[in-house]
Design a protein around this ligand. Structure first.
Ligand code: GLN
Length: 193
């Protein structure tokens, strides 16, 4: 059984847990302590509000241990605010982040909350069928380093990428009824650990 954690400080935690619950051989768990982080095989950083999550990571003394586990190879997937936390360059530079993934991310790149939108796209590495993409005051990736594989663009902006053990999506698969990206992440975990 793969123990897949969801960082449970703030944001769309139960939605990710529900999605993972439908996948065989996965035990989803909410994590919020260093001990719990050290016990999981992989971790999802959910969407929510990245400034708050960054502050809570510092307040709960989790930032350094979490960063170390990711650098040591733990599979991790950041959705939206979670992607912001993973990025090693953030525009505008406003708050604490993990700075582990070689991507430059622009926060609130589509504008205000009212500019949130839904679309569909085929992401060939993930599924041959179109999947729904939900953007909620979303960031996008402005540029990536050499080791980063671009998985999806929408209107020419990069909205999904992978670097070794790290997956980042601007959008929120956990609020849809399509678990393709969760299944892709579980496949990634199985290949890595
Ligand atoms: N706009 C949020 C932030 O900057 C991210 C939004 C989300 O996770 N849906 O943290």
């Amino acid at each position: 059984m793969l123990k897949v954690g969801v960082l449970a400080l703030q944001g769309s935690v139960s939605e990710h847990i529900d999605m993972l619950s439908g996948i065989n051989n996965v035990l989803p768990v909410k994590v919020k302590t260093i001990e719990q982080i050290n016990e999981v095989d992989a971790l999802i950083l959910p969407g929510g509000e990245s400034t708050t999550m960054g502050k809570l990571l510092v307040a709960f003394n989790l930032l350094d241990s979490l960063k170390k586990r990711i650098i040591d190879g733990m599979p991790v997937w950041g959705t939206c605010a979670g992607m912001i936390l993973l990025s090693n360059k953030l525009l505008p530079k406003t708050h604490t982040h993990l700075a582990v993934m070689d991507i430059c991310v622009r926060r609130n790149a589509y504008g205000s909350q009212a500019a949130s939108f839904e679309t569909t796209a085929i992401i060939p590495s993930i599924s041959s069928d179109p999947i729904p993409l939900t953007f909620i005051r979303a960031p996008y990736i402005e540029s990536v380093g050499k080791q980063v594989e671009i998985l999806c663009r929408v209107d020419n902006n990069i909205v999904a990428a992978r670097e070794n053990n790290m997956l980042a999506t601007s959008f929120h698969p956990e609020v849809t009824n399509n678990d393709s990206v969760h299944r892709y992440f579980v496949g990634m975990i199985e290949n890595i650990i």
